[in-house]
Design a protein around this ligand. Sequence first.
Ligand code: HEM
Length: 433
Amino acid sequence: MSAPSRASALDTARVLAGVLGPMLAQGVIARRPRMVAQAGRFGLDDRAVEILQRMRERYGPGPLRLRIPGRSVAVVLDADDVHRVLRDSPEPFTPASREKRGALGHFQPHGVLISHGEVREERRRFNEAVLDTGRPVHRLAETIGAATREEATRCADLAALTGTLDWARFSAAWQPLVRRVVLGDLARDDHEVTDLLTTQRGQANWSYLARGRPNRLARLRHRLGAYVDAAAPGSLAELVASVPAPDRVDRIDQMPQWLFALDPAGMVTYRALALLVAHPDVCARVSGDDGSLLRGAVLESVRLWPTTAVVLRDTTAPTRWGDGELPTGTSLGIVSSYFHRDETTVPGADRFDPDRWCDGRADDGRSLLPFSAGPVVCPGRELVFYVASTFLATLLGRARVRAAGAFPLQESRPLPRGLDPFTVRFAVDRPGA
Ligand code: HEM
């Protein structure tokens, strides 16, 4: 394990301007479509990875400490260090980092991801119990699967009718699905609850810099509470009402994370569709798939274009690192795409290869972390696989989907490091039409 090194003032400026700045500008909590488009146009995601590669060549593999007045900040540059940080969370590497507390506090002040100590364990247990973490098929799979097939069918039929599927149409099908899964069928058309959350997420992009909006937060909680009281059969809200938990878990406050996280899962699914369409040989295997191919496609989608651009931890104690040390309160940043696209540790890093998730090649748990790893690993990942692959299987079974316009993905070319969903459009018709 190599000791931390300290970046020069100029290299600190390079990392801030070329890596962290563009990530913040694109929106960490709620994506800003215009900034995502700009990042794609100017290749900012490519540049960010190149800058970090250069930093590693210049300073070695240890954490790179940036020169930022008043805050100890380091970027992790080595896969073994990633493994250590994620394995040793939440102590001494807490996910409840200062910036994350500032951000998520706008819409889930008692959420598990920004909790610490004993209460974190209790909240984590509650999340796992509701989400059925570790079980490939959720106990509510029947109703969740039925809702997913219904929304995907509607999406496919409308796309076939108009001959086209774009991000706006896909997203219009995904949003009602998110509400049905979490809150129940009654919530299908409750745009207001999504709007309330979206506003709070917009504030969260600014972390501590944004003013709190306690009235809106109270309205959001009130609305979620009403759905828990209604306990629609087959929804997560039903489980929130029935799974036992100590009072300080604050059940309602765990729900915004689920709504918030299922939202980018739509973008992940849409990008997985783009990958499949750009790789007809893989797509042809979907109809005989037992689920593992589509799971691999979803994982590839997150690997190639991570929705959590940077995984953050704060040190809770002075931490030895080789023959050096990081002080308490150091913010550690793990930039996912830097590791996911590193050809030296991930052969074929810029290619779509869903089978790598089926045959054990992606299992080292060090450099590939689409859903994080260790005790803070995403407890909703199996639910994501189930909903996303059911949606994709239904869509592809019901309609013939092909690339349209200037399609940004081509089988013969390395996959771009950024993929703006607004640039992806499909031509759709009925099979055999
Ligand atoms: C494609 C979709 C998703 C991706 C890529 C994803 C990824 C992640 C990642 C990377 C983390 C860990 C962050 C860290 O280590 O600091 C995380 C945490 C979490 N995710 Fe997900 N997630 C997704 C969807 C979901 C869904 C659908 C749910 C629930 C319905 C969910 C619930 C959670 C919760 C509760 C945590 C906090 C865990 C803790 O603090 O112990 N996620 N997710």
